[in-house]
Write a protein that binds this ligand. Sequence first.
Ligand SMILES: CC(=O)N[C@H]1[C@@H](OP(=O)(O)OP(=O)(O)OC[C@H]2O[C@@H](n3ccc(=O)[nH]c3=O)[C@H](O)[C@@H]2O)O[C@H](CO)[C@@H](O)[C@@H]1O
Length: 364
Amino acid sequence: MEQASLVIACGGTGGHLFPGLAVAEEWTARGGRVLLLVSEKKIDQEARRKYTQYQFETIPAIGKPATFSPKMLPFLWKLWRTMGRCGGLLKEFKADAVLGMGGFTSLPPAWAAKNAGLPAFVHDSNALPGKANRLTAKFCQKVFIGWDAARKYFGSREVVQTGTPVRAEMRHLPSRAEAAAKFGLDPNRPTLMVTGGSQGARRLNSLVAQAFTSFPAGTQVLHIAGPLDQQRVEEEAGGREGYHVIGFCDDMPSAYAVADAVLSRSGASSMTELSFLGLPSILVPFPYAADDHQTKNAEVFSTAGAAFLEQESALDAGKLAERVTTLMSDLQTRDRMAQAARSLAVPDAAARVCDAIQATLSRK
Ligand SMILES: CC(=O)N[C@H]1[C@@H](OP(=O)(O)OP(=O)(O)OC[C@H]2O[C@@H](n3ccc(=O)[nH]c3=O)[C@H](O)[C@@H]2O)O[C@H](CO)[C@@H](O)[C@@H]1O
């Protein structure tokens, strides 16, 4: 491929950032240039420091307020200014195309691309696409989706089911023994990994800490509590034998490598990783996610037999312990779920995204 230049807007949350990085890996491996647009949020700025091989620019993270809120005017002003800034960045970078990985951070660059006569694309990893993506899609040549369930929300637009890209580092997990040593765990004991997505999950964190004493004997927990909740969870549960708490995990491959099963929020990127790695899970949707989209995500897995879906409102420590016990003590069930999870994976999702962009560029 000639040096086609792709701008990837992937800021705001791990659920946008990591699939965006996966596309960047594939695009540069094919000889293309990449500019990543991220937000000022900590997770994005840390990625900027970690992935020094890429060119980054920071644009404001824009969250849409309620339609009739007084915050609407400042929001529209910020959106307008960011669109102008993106137009400048596309020109400077000599962009050939723009890809938004979701959320309102994708809208200004896609709009700027359309304005500049460049092709734009948006990726939606959720089963129920967000409003921002449905709006961004109007400026795009093609819409990429993670799961087929999202297709019907994009009307007459050209939709390609690419799957959600997974970072290359997930392809090379360390051995279980290495991973266990990293977290001070015993590689020979059954291990439950708990994660609330890139932002943590306060109530779920507490439920796990309370339920732990009723988990099957010998079970270890690697609890990724999120940076804001680490200290509180450590106070509630830390110090117990076999219970290891961390805040943000910057080595998810090791966390997955030591896990026999995972208890997780149902953010699309976490779920994509679970299916890619073939891990059985208990999914507890974040109850306040926009339009309850995490329930729709979790239903994709529970319908396929890849996960147990539990609503937080119906969950207490006793019920959670029961679910964990079923999962940790029944190898056959775990194997069946792992297989079902694997059957939902699209291992070459980043390649599919790049193929679809290149197909459009080659028609230009
Ligand atoms: C609360 C909310 O609305 N969350 C949304 C957000 O996901 P959010 O970013 O919360 O969560 P996701 O599960 O989609 O992604 C988390 C990503 O962060 C990584 N990770 C997580 C924890 C950690 O300590 N270290 C780490 O690297 C995971 O490996 C994964 O790649 O965007 C997703 C994609 O649109 C949506 O599906 C989620 O519903």
